[in-house]
Ligand binder design. Sequence first.
Ligand code: SF4
Length: 103
Amino acid sequence: MHASRRHFIALAAAMASSPLLIGTSMAAPSAVAENDPTAQSLGYKSDAARVDKVKFSKYQAGQACANCQLYQGKAGDASGPCPLFAGKEVSAKGWCSAYVKRA
Ligand code: SF4
């Protein structure tokens, strides 16, 4: 009993100081990669200028994540969260086919 409690404490201490856990809890979310399966299916580009305008004819100049209704970054930020890419950040200059103009 005593030994298993000590083992538990040692394990908890090891986990608390694990660089891996600290890294995942404190590091900034990673940027969405264009070759991510969700990004590919939505035609996401980190720079709206590179959107496939033939495939995504709904794209209009001036549209970007920064002025999309789903974008959750702050004004002026280079990137921010988007609910379509949980745990990652999209570029403020990016675009995908789920774009909805912010009202
Ligand atoms: Fe950007 Fe909007 Fe597409 Fe999210 S839904 S990636 S904010 S254009």
